[in-house]
Write a new protein. Structure first.
Length: 156
């Protein structure tokens, strides 16, 4: 599987999982997905010893885990998803977003999928209906590489 296909696959998987969690809980904790050189993919969560961890601490925990996997040569692409407030300068339709830090050698982006969870009705809560969520157009922002610094292009 080529790099572009790996990046597309892990981005789409991250969005789908986050959408499921938004439908069930109206929010989600950070999680990750990786791709290896043969096209294999793996989803990653983290446990910090408590039922409701601090999302920032969990994000850092997953980021460190991804960095170790990259350093060991186990993965060729990573996606780290978080539930974030969209920075004001991006003038998003909705203030909340699924943000996926997606990275491979020579490619590093934040990809935002803005959303709004519709308020639940009393009947919806009573019968445990999924949350209805509206999504805006996704957009991406170039970022400096974190996992695959420019000198690491030989690992590709």
């Amino acid at each position: 599987m080529d790099q572009a296909s790996s990046l597309t696959a892990i981005l789409e998987d991250a969005w789908e999982f986050a959408k499921v969690m938004l439908g069930k809980a109206g929010e989600f904790y950070p999680f990750a997905e990786t791709a290896d050189g043969s096209g294999g993919r793996a989803m990653l969560g983290g446990f910090l010893g408590e039922e409701h961890p601090d999302p920032r601490s969990l994000y850092v925990f997953l980021k460190d885990s991804l960095a170790r996997q990259v350093a060991e040569g186990k993965v060729c692409a990573v996606a780290l998803a978080a539930n974030v407030d969209v920075p004001k300068e991006y003038d998003s339709k909705y203030p909340d977003a699924i943000r996926v830090h997606i990275e491979a050698p020579g490619y590093a982006r934040y990809v935002y999928l803005p959303y709004r969870v519709e308020p639940q009705t009393a009947a919806g809560r009573l019968f445990h209906r999924p949350n209805k969520t509206a999504y805006a157009e996704p957009f991406s922002v170039d970022i400096p590489p974190v996992f695959f610094p420019p000198g690491d292009l030989a690992k590709d």
